[in-house]
Design a protein around this ligand. Structure first.
Ligand code: SF4
Length: 262
């Protein structure tokens, strides 16, 4: 068991890997890059007592259909290209999705929609994202969550949101040089992105850009302009009701792919 410091507070977090999960005891072993080091630090964070208890309880009790599988039960690091042109910012991992598979948007219905769309526009190698060893690969794209632990009812508290914000700030800082487009999923992802880039002293239009599907805003960071695109979250609530359709998703993701290539 190791201890790692939170990037802002300096608090130390002990690695909580439960026995028998099948994952490495300590993913912080020999990280090769700053981004890997960040991911390792995130994966052992225990700053929010309520979320730590929830994620680990879900991992221990499991959903019946996954009873035979190990659950990750830890925070979810960003995933994808280390030099992305497109950054996708979501809310938080799902209890039986990312919290189970250890990879963002992997193993749940929202991820099925998102990865299928990313594949259709050429930003993902495969149309599905099932588990961390499935061979899926993002193309010039990276995904990160505003809150890295699965929250009960998908609702982190304001304190939990703020506690986790430094992780996204650190991740955006490390990939900013290549990012040309940020796709914000839902109003939560939109607001988290704006808070993050403001904290990094990027220029944000005033008044604050309003979220909507297909909404856009131009942010100015240290490496130039970055297009922020709003996209309805591919939650079952949105996809089952038709609030978000495949053509709508492809419209935004296709725009991100085209802008990212320019
Ligand atoms: Fe740490 Fe973020 Fe998880 Fe809170 S939500 S325990 S800050 S990784």
């Amino acid at each position: 068991m190791s201890e790692l410091p939170h990037p802002v507070t300096g608090e130390l977090f002990a690695s909580p890997v439960p026995p028998g999960t099948g994952w490495p005891d300590d993913p912080a072993t020999d990280p090769r890059t700053e981004l890997e080091r960040l991911g390792a630090e995130i994966s052992v964070c225990r700053r929010c007592p309520r979320l730590v208890a929830w994620r680990e309880d879900v991992a221990a009790t499991k959903r019946a259909s996954f009873a035979g599988e190990p659950y990750w039960g830890r925070p979810i690091a960003g995933w994808g290209s280390a030099t992305p042109r497109v950054l996708v910012v979501g809310l938080a991992p799902a209890a039986h999705g990312g919290n189970r598979t250890g990879r963002i948007f992997t193993g749940d219905r929202s991820g099925d929609w998102l990865f299928a769309g990313l594949h259709r526009v050429g930003l993902a190698r495969q149309a599905t994202s099932v588990h961390a060893g499935d061979g899926q690969e993002l193309i010039e794209t990276r995904m990160a969550a505003a809150v890295r632990c699965a929250p009960p009812l998908n609702r982190p508290t304001t304190q939990e949101r703020d506690a986790c914000a430094p992780w996204l700030e650190a991740e955006v800082r490390l990939v900013a040089a290549s990012v040309r487009v940020i796709v914000a999923l839902g109003s939560y992802g939109w607001d988290a992105t704006l808070r993050t880039v403001r904290a990094l002293d990027w220029e944000v239009p005033r008044p604050k850009p309003r979220f909507g599907h297909g909404a856009e805003a131009v942010l100015t960071g240290p490496y130039g302009e970055v297009l922020l695109l709003g996209c309805y979250h591919p939650s079952q609530q949105n996809t089952f009701t038709g609030k978000l359709t495949e053509p709508m998703l492809d419209d935004v993701l296709g725009r991100a792919a085209r802008t990212g290539r320019t």
